[in-house]
Design a protein around this ligand. Sequence first.
Ligand code: ATP
Ligand code: MG
Length: 580
Amino acid sequence: MPIDPDTEKFIKIIALKNSVEHGGKAQSDVVIAKFVGLKPELRSQIKSLISEIKTIVQQINTLSLADQKSLLEELAPGKVAAKKQIAEHQQQLPPLEGAVQSKVVTRFPPEPNGYPHIGHAKAAIIDEEYARMYGGKLILRFDDTNPLNEKLEYYDAIAEGLKWLGVKPDIIKNTSDDIELLHNYGRKLIELGGAYVCTCSQDIIHDLRARGIACECRRDPATALDRVGKLFGGSYKQNEAIVRFKGDMADQNTAMRDPALFRIIESDHPKLANRVRVWPTYDFAAPIEDSIDGVTHALRTKEYELRNALYFAILDRLSLRKPYLIEFSRLEFEGIPVSKRKIKPLIENGTIRRWDDPRLPTLTALKRRGFVPEAIRKFVLSLGLTLAETKPPFESLEALNRKIIDPISLRLFFVKNPVEMYVRGGPEMEVVLKNHPTDANLGMRTVKVGDRFYISEDDAAGLKVGNEIRLIELYNVKVTSIDWKNDARLTITAETSGNEIRQSTPKIQWIAKNDIIDYKVMIPKELYMSEEEYNTHSLEISQGFAESFVSHLDPGALVQFVRFGFCRIDGNQVAIMTHR
Ligand code: ATP
Ligand code: MG
């Protein structure tokens, strides 16, 4: 029975959706069940339609996932894809409390006091995913209110890092852009009796806060009003006065014991030079900025939990709109410092020279090491929005990355600690080697071989006279002697022993003697053995030979050195190991 075009299209859409949702393969029985469910009026005809449905499913399954997606978009524009996208996100992140479609505004507020790391990636990606999930907006706000710490270099590094991650903010701003407004809210809060200028010494403030006792400055409203003009007018010097929130000095939550809202910092600011001296603290700037920027959902890491009360109290007293505050756990790894506070000292004291050192979890280092942004996003989403303080294994990030780069990494040969091998009777010839076992698009290379090779010491060490090994993609050889040369270098002599590929024969990578370049691979290891103990062997170097083809690759190329590991070409004769 010929099927009518509308029904055919309907079946195609169901099949495509099913396929796209399952990585490119639709299942006939699922499609049949869906069809019957959606078109009960055609139930009576289903017998005659089954073979049609099966044929359609078969045809669709021959298409690539990308082609399936575009065909689906063609047949059912927008609606289906969008719905599917939301479903996919929701699988990962729970819905946001109080979220209204197209009205959600999130923000990622890094302080430009260092390079962004994978912890920032977690925050930024979650912020972005939520903005996209609800068709809302993402704000990137540089929280630059401490001129002692901020540098232009860091603003750039953060923007660069996010760009690489594929996080695209809809709005980019600096908290310092709003400095006047923040001053005005500060004054207003003092005028309303919600804050005061305190001229006590830091020691006294500290002591009284610990004991839960208010100081003189808090008591007299007239003093507060007199001092506010002096403060913003510039009569006080650094450390002579701060603005404090009038909280509750006896509150169990010490964050409410009159915390600092403004302090005087006499230092040039990267955006405002010396024009500003009175700077808001994070505690003051964050709620005001979130509120006036229209942020509906402010997500932040759990360590701020105690300060949530303060956040809302400030907005309450100023009668400003309150966003939802949502917490998630900080991302940390065993042995790897995921915090500027921990990384910066390592750089400053020279333990680590650069922010892109491959041992670091900074985005620039992860990029340099061969991680790809898609893997980081997948990893972050796989963690979800938990509050649990568990450290995920770094290996799970590696596994996600491996899956993505495996199909695109060239398979090449590197031999660590090379040992010479003479193959008696080894013919002079040109061999053509595939750059990838399954993807012919990655091309081939031709290598001239003769009777002299290098293999790695690790492989050589296990050999005994009489052993047979297979030189990958070449032929089998049988070891005839193992000698130490005068200079104590190991050499191996072997003879060719046919071309039959046997499961039991060890297959090892090799380099033809006339095709070598000196090569080095840096292998990053965990920076810390324990919480405090720095791992002095955290950067291992493997020295050896690579085939000359490697010298034609540009920095940034992703390769898999066969039986060694995935690496990213870093420079002329050096690569960095991404992971095994
Ligand atoms: P650091 O310890 O690296 O200095 P920070 O929290 O001071 O961290 P910010 O630049 O203030 O760094 O952070 C910007 C945003 O990124 C904040 O919302 C913060 O919660 C989030 N963030 C920072 N580090 C992590 C992390 N390790 N895991 C998850 N989110 C993080
Ligand atoms: Mg911070």
